[in-house]
Design a protein around this ligand. Structure first.
Ligand code: G6P
Ligand code: MG
Length: 218
């Protein structure tokens, strides 16, 4: 009996995944690090530090340099998200949020980003969320279950009554580790571990999702 929905932000409600990519690309170009769109796929849903570690590979950098590069990437990202408006919501996102609330579900954000609150405000969906778990909420990043467990706790619900919407493999793993239901957004090669895989949120309703959950319960 699902009573709560937890939404990842980047790549699920809005396409900030593209802005993260652009910011990382700019940093990589400046540092002469090999990087491209395809390499960026591995960073989806990964924390800022872990992303940088993957980018630098076995090159040696001091802690100070790593800190500076994380800040520089974030400066580029913060600049890019200034232009976000409700137009940046992905198709079907708002109608699903409204539909879930009408159906009586509690809704939380579960994003690893420290910029999540700013993005949520610019998207104009703050009043559609009952709780926000973001990059400041817990220590351990996805695929650890901590962030989603924190979100469920904020909603006052046990994990098994929550469904997570995620576009990243690390996020699906986190949801499953938390003992929650997982809906993967995107290609099965990426989110195939989820209980249900959807190409996007467009046209999705709580009724349709319940039907899909009933199908897999058989
Ligand atoms: C989300 C995004 C990642 C990003 C992470 C940290 O998980 O999918 O691409 O690296 O948040 O975001 P931040 O804004 O704190 O650097
Ligand atoms: Mg994401």
């Amino acid at each position: 009996n699902i009573r709560g929905a937890i939404f990842d932000l980047d790549g699920v409600l809005t396409d900030t995944a593209e802005y993260h990519y652009q910011a990382w690309q700019k940093l990589a170009d400046e540092e002469g690090l090999p990087f491209n769109r395809q390499a960026n796929e591995a960073l989806r849903g990964i924390s800022r530090r872990a992303s940088l570690m993957l980018m630098i590979g076995d090159r040696r950098y001091s802690d100070t340099q790593i800190q500076e590069m994380m800040e520089r990437k974030n400066d580029y990202y913060v600049e890019l998200i200034q232009n976000i408006t409700p137009d940046n919501l992905l198709p079907g996102a708002v109608s699903l949020l409204d539909n879930l609330r009408q159906a009586g579900l509690k809704i939380a954000l579960g994003s690893a980003s420290k910029n999540a609150r700013v993005v949520v405000e610019k998207l104009g969906i703050s009043d559609k969320l009952d709780a926000i778990a973001d990059g400041y909420s817990v220590q351990k990043p996805k695929p650890a279950p901590d962030l989603f467990l924190f979100a469920a706790q904020q909603l006052g619900l046990p994990p098994q009554q929550c469904v997570v919407f995620e576009d990243a493999a690390a996020g699906i793993d986190a949801a499953l580790a938390a003992g929650m239901w997982a809906v993967g957004m995107g290609p099965p090669e990426r989110v195939g571990n989820a209980h249900i895989v959807l190409p996007c949120l467009d046209g999705m309703t709580w009724g349709k999702l319940q039907g899909k959950f009933r199908d897999i319960a058989l």
